[in-house]
Write a protein that binds this ligand. Sequence first.
Ligand SMILES: [Fe+2]
Length: 509
Amino acid sequence: MDRCYGAPVSDSSRDTATGAGWGAADPGAYRQLMPGRVEKISWLDPRTLWAARNGALASWFGDPTGRTRGRWVAQRAAAGAPADKVIRRTDPDTFSFMVIGDTGEGDDPQYAVVPGFLRVSQGTSFAVVASDVIYPVGSADDYGTKFFRPYRDYQAPIYAIPGNHDWYEDLGAFMRVFCDDAPPLPTEPAPRPLSRAWLRTLLWHRPHPTDGQHLADMRELRSAAAQQAVQPGPYWAIDTGPVRIIGIDTGLLGTIDAEQGAWLREVSRGPRPKILITGSPLYVDGEHHPCPVEGGGTVDDIVSAPEHHYVAAIGGDIHNYQRYPVRLADGRTLQYVVAGGGGAFMHATHTIPRVSVAGVTEGDFRCYPLRGDSLAFYSRLYGRRLRLRRFFALTEAEGQAVVAERLGIGPTRTPGAEVRVTRRLRLIAALLGTGSRPDRRKRLRLPVRTIYTQLFSPSSATYSPPFFKCFLRLDVTPQAVRLRCYAATGNLAQELNPPVEDEVTIPLT
Ligand SMILES: [Fe+2]
């Protein structure tokens, strides 16, 4: 396989355990990029949980995201943003771009991605951050260490779509950074007392009054002319080369408003091949999540309609890599990708059951980290946290063997010495939810996804390489799009030569 930047190919996690980042290895140089002091996000900290309450308030008292988004869009239109929200770039017919999802925790895993990202992104025209630019609540003060600093050496524009975390302060900081320094929205009149909206407003988290005072200084880190990007709002399209890339904003609760839905239908027309970027992946963890549009229909109705000519739909939100090649009614294959592994804490893949969805089976499905590595990672994490290392910690070979048995799938890595699957291995695999969807709680098992990140600090000292992070490079020609998923482990070997964990070439004709 050739590399645009001329480096030889290195082992991936599909080849060897070393390629996955296991074993004694030289640590990456990424720490030199980090600020001297890193404020670690702790999801155990009541202040973090309280600050991130708007998602829960939106589900209890009604979701105001659609209305707020409409106000942002109107403000941008009044300021001269194009009515069709299309960014018209002048890249040649053959060009490349990067996609990196769920970046902004500002901690080791985010910075560990940066050296490999900079190597692989050489020659690319721009990058897109696919949701959750800033954790925990999208504050302007966090953009320095979680956006401008890590990507200061990427010499091309970065566009973004917001994720739920960016919405926790009503998107104000995101709009300032990505939408031409958009000023705050004017305060609205208070809702009728004792109404649901009134209660919500009463409890709503808002940015700190001094938030963002130093944003201009932070921007200096990405102030070169080649790095500048202005997007017309939180959702947009980019026409460039032979394709149209469409970024949608799925807000706090993973839905889109009627106005955005109408726009999406409009920009989806025509024969130009299209790539969707969304904060809510349409296929994830072996399930179909079509993403409702307010007023009827779904995003996937639009994306999968043959006349709209989508070739890929890439979603953030879930912090790993997954790919589902779904065959459409017209015989084409649409690549549904999850690409949220760009910085924030890793979400498990070993909980993904044996895949059978929309005609996609285990043989077609790809994920990173491999399920066995994900199980070994979580078993070690639990072993450390519960001080039961000897009981919990699985080797990567044990992880692979027990996953293969439980899911009835073949080994995903070239097998080494035979591993006997003991009762202990089976018990740990069951406790950690191997092969059962994260939202199913029928069996006794320990939390490994949402609840885990709330109970344990993902940034705790126990979180060390391999980090199992990833990002995408897409190479576009008039004939095809080549999509590659690259890994970042936190180790030097993969930093110097990021392995390709998955690759697919999508024809455009
Ligand atoms: Fe996220």
